[in-house]
Design a protein around this ligand. Structure first.
Ligand SMILES: *[C@@H]1O[C@H](CO)[C@@H](O)[C@H](O)[C@H]1NC(C)=O
Ligand SMILES: *[C@@H]1O[C@H](CO)[C@@H](O)[C@H](O)[C@H]1NC(C)=O
Ligand SMILES: *[C@@H]1O[C@H](CO)[C@@H](O)[C@H](O)[C@H]1NC(C)=O
Length: 800
């Protein structure tokens, strides 16, 4: 038997023998002794003889089926370790670890109780439940926050159990050691400095648990701290103000600008979404913001004229609602998409035609909603109108007349106003303005002809249409309505209205009475054409009325006195030779022209072969020499015919006495009722007749010459002694207007007196204007109007 002190490394094997009075043995042994290690010697401790042990069959008995940790060496009496004794296994955490068993000896039966105290050895180190733990700590955790770490466990007990912890140095945490009520120590991580995930997202801490054994054992725990993100960062925009420019009329989906904000936070906290924060309803209709990309695109009509600048705020928000704003300014640039708009602000319409040039008739306003040069507008009208546009203040233009207007020339104007802006391409618009020119009574009626003349036969009934005048007035409506009237005046002392009437509407001139050519041959009236304007304008025209002759007067025989009325006798000298002028029939005709062209015929004579009468002059001449056998008393019946259709005629008788001396004639009393004269007187008369005849011939030649030069003779008789005024027609002077036989029928009045006592006087009276000849040569038809003018309306009347 031996008693061995086991020293393992620095551990000292210790064995103690405790003596119990009742024969019980108490041993103390360190755990984990090697098998065979001697715990004690029962022979010695119980005072037994070693040699008897085997004979007495000393053995260890355990109760029940407890394990047998020990055995007895029968040769030495040593109690040895038979099985590994792990205190922690056998007693766990019991502070006193005791194993009891009995030693049984036979012969005699002897029972000894042995108590084996197992002493703890620091054979275990502290261990944490896990090698590694994960700790998620929000970065928002406050300073002082505690995070318990499960205690490390050490199977050993007492001093060998966990005594302390140590934390690896780090910047954020410190260690605080706590003891539970059960006396178990554990550590707490205390946040000493706030975490910042954005600075350090993860960290590894090493926590060491130490026991109090010797040698000291330790166990470590790796703590992986993950800093959980706290939403402590708001998204930050890359710019405080975003500015973009966008042309108007950009199509839908046009990219405008992309705003961008970043959030330093992680995950949801760093997920930035965008939305408009302050935006007008109008803007919202035009722009959309992509929630996730921050792209602003066009979704509506971009109209510069509506809005040229949009301002809005965009908010960027992270998952938990932290947000920030940025301003977005979108400037819209103008495109020339609006044509100018022409507005007629005022218009004088219609424009009176008498406005003076430069009169403003309208005001035009032109506007263009575009900007800058796109709104610079030029405004003009076409060239060929008497109007122009004058730029006035701002966008106003005055439409003024440039010349005198004449409604009668052009009653209306269509003015095209064109406005063009200066954009590129330029836009333009047109406006038609119709300007109507209003009438002003500025045109007097104008007669179609400068003067009118008309011919009317005498004796036509009243109501006969002579002619019609017509005048035109280009003015409008009543200003152009022409009314005709006669201007008051006198014709031959009577008002014109008693001769003519004019139809106010048609201008037809009618006679009011019949005319007598022999009374007057022509007259003039003035017809006025007046319009209905206010005041009215008028013009007048002369209407010359020429009355044409009708053969309504029978020739009137002036000499000899008509048949039955007188009894005149011509004396024919016996010595008269053939061809001698014996007498002359004088006749006149109130008509004119053909109607007054008289021819003389001998209808009946006493001795037809003796006398002949000149067809035209009415001169009675002898045809042959007078012989004594001829009857002293000769009677001739002369007819005077005019040339009218039908012709009118008159007859007269002429008594001729062939005698040298009236006294010789016994029947003279029958023939002559006048006093007898002396023979001397008879000769005187004959001489006088001859001289007179010569003189008359001379006069005729002169007058004839004048007729040749002058188309208008005035042959007037003054009252002669030998021609009773009652014989003369009221008017037998010619006027050229009758136009017939102008120079051919300048008949002459021959007065041959058949009486010694009869006297005659022949007077020609010329109108002034037949003289002198050189003046008459210059006359032309218009001069005759003057002549008429001179005469005024009084017709030419023969003066007696
Ligand atoms: C102006 O236009 C109107 C109607 O459009 C037309 O009746 C008239 O004849 C025109 N006038 C001129 C002078 O062109
Ligand atoms: C006629 O002319 C006058 C001015 O002279 C004018 O006032 C009037 O309106 C005109 N009448 C018509 C129908 O045009
Ligand atoms: C007729 O017209 C002329 C000019 O045309 C004028 O001189 C004259 O006075 C007028 N006569 C009357 C009676 O109106």
């Amino acid at each position: 038997m031996f008693f061995e002190v086991f020293v393992a490394r620095r551990f000292v094997l210790f064995c103690a023998l405790l003596q119990y009075t009742n024969g019980d043995l108490v041993y103390s042994i360190q755990e984990e002794m090697k098998l065979g290690s001697v715990i004690g010697n029962i022979a010695k401790d119980l005072g037994l003889d070693v040699g008897t042990l085997s004979t007495r069959k000393a053995r260890i008995e355990t109760e029940g089926n407890d394990r047998r940790y020990c055995d007895v060496n029968l040769r030495s009496g040593d109690v040895i370790v038979a099985e590994r004794m792990d205190r922690e296994k056998i007693c766990a955490a019991k502070p006193l670890c005791v194993i009891t068993f009995e030693i049984l000896l036979e012969a005699p039966l002897e029972l000894h109780r042995i108590t084996l105290q197992i002493q703890d050895v620091n054979d275990k180190g502290p261990t944490f439940p896990k090698d590694k733990i994960k700790l998620d700590i929000s970065e928002s955790a406050d300073k002082g926050a505690r995070y318990r770490v499960n205690a490390a466990h050490d199977a050993d007990i007492g001093q060998n159990a966990v005594q302390s912890y140590a934390l690896q140095r780090n910047s954020n945490f410190v260690l605080n050691i706590q003891t539970t009520s059960a006396g178990i120590k554990y550590g707490e991580l205390v946040l000493d400095k706030e975490l910042d995930r954005e600075a350090q997202q993860e960290m590894q801490l090493l926590l060491t648990a130490l026991d109090g054994g010797s040698p000291q054992r330790s166990g470590t725990l790796t703590i992986d701290v993950t800093v959980l993100d706290a939403n402590d960062n708001a998204p930050v925009f890359s710019q405080a103000v975003y500015e973009a420019s966008l042309p108007e009329n950009s199509p839908l989906k046009t990219h405008v600008i992309t705003v961008s904000a970043t959030d330093a936070d992680d995950g949801v906290n760093g997920e930035v979404t965008y939305e408009f924060s302050q935006i007008s309803d109008d803007s919202r209709k035009v722009f959309s913001l992509d929630q996730s990309t921050g792209e602003i695109t066009v979704i509506g009509d971009v109209d510069f004229e509506e809005e040229n600048k949009y301002e809005m705020f965009v908010e960027a928000k992270d998952g938990y609602g932290l947000s920030s704003d940025a301003k977005v300014i979108i400037s819209i640039s103008d495109a020339n998409d609006n044509a100018p708009v022409i507005t007629l602000k005022s218009l004088t319409n219609p424009v009176p035609e008498n406005v003076s040039p430069g009169t403003e008739v309208g005001i035009i306003n032109v506007q263009d909603r575009d900007a800058e040069e796109n709104r610079q507008v030029r405004c003009f009208i076409q060239q060929n109108v008497p109007f122009k546009l004058i730029p006035s203040i701002k966008n106003y233009y005055s439409l003024v007349t440039t010349e005198k207007l004449d409604r009668e020339l052009l009653p209306d104007y269509n003015i095209t106003v064109t406005a063009t802006d200066e954009g590129s391409p330029p836009l333009s618009s047109l406006k038609m303005i119709q300007i109507v020119i209003a009438d002003v009574n500025d045109n007097p009626p104008a007669f179609d002809e400068r003067s009118y003349s008309t011919y009317v036969s005498e004796n036509v009934k009243s109501g006969h249409t002579l002619c019609s005048v017509s005048a035109q007035d280009p003015d409008w409506r009543q200003n152009g309505t022409v009314i005709y009237s006669l201007l008051p005046g006198k014709v031959n002392g009577a008002p014109v209205s008693s001769y003519l009437s004019v139809n106010g509407d048609t201008g037809v001139i009618q006679s009011v009475r019949s005319f007598d050519y022999e009374h007057f041959k022509n007259f003039k009236v003035y017809v006025m054409a007046r319009d209905n304007g206010s005041p009215p304008l008028s013009s007048n025209v002369t209407v010359s009325v020429f009355i044409t002759d009708v053969n309504d007067n029978t020739p009137q025989i002036l000499y000899p006195a008509p048949e039955g009325n007188s009894f005149m006798t011509e004396l024919v000298p016996k010595a008269a030779q053939g061809g001698s002028l014996v007498s002359k029939v004088i006749a006149v005709d109130g008509d004119s022209g053909q109607n007054a062209w008289l021819s003389y015929h001998i209808i009946k004579s006493t001795d037809p072969g003796l006398f002949k009468i000149d067809l035209h002059s009415g001169e009675i001449r002898t045809q042959r020499d007078i012989s004594d056998s001829d009857n002293m008393k000769q009677n001739i019946l002369v007819a005077v015919k005019d040339n009218g259709q039908p012709s009118l005629s008159a007859t007269c008788s002429m008594f001729l006495l062939i005698s040298d001396n009236l006294a010789e004639v016994p029947e003279l009393k029958d023939m002559a009722y006048e006093d007898s004269s002396s023979k001397l007187t008879s000769y005187l008369i004959i001489a006088l007749v001859s001289v007179s005849t010569f003189f008359l011939t001379f006069i005729i030649i002169i007058v004839g010459l004048r007729f040749c030069r002058r188309r208008k003779p005035r042959l007037l008789f003054d009252g002669a002694v030998a021609i009773p005024s009652s014989y003369l027609p009221p008017n037998y002077a010619d006027v050229d207007a009758t136009g017939t036989l102008r120079s051919a029928y300048n008949y002459d009045a021959y007065l041959t007196t058949g009486s010694r006592t009869s006297d005659f006087k022949f007077v020609t009276s010329y109108n002034d204007n037949t003289l002198p000849a050189d003046q008459t040569l210059r006359k032309n038809p218009t001069d005759f109007e003057e002549v008429f003018g001179d005469l005024d309306v009084s017709p030419e009347v023969g003066r007696l």
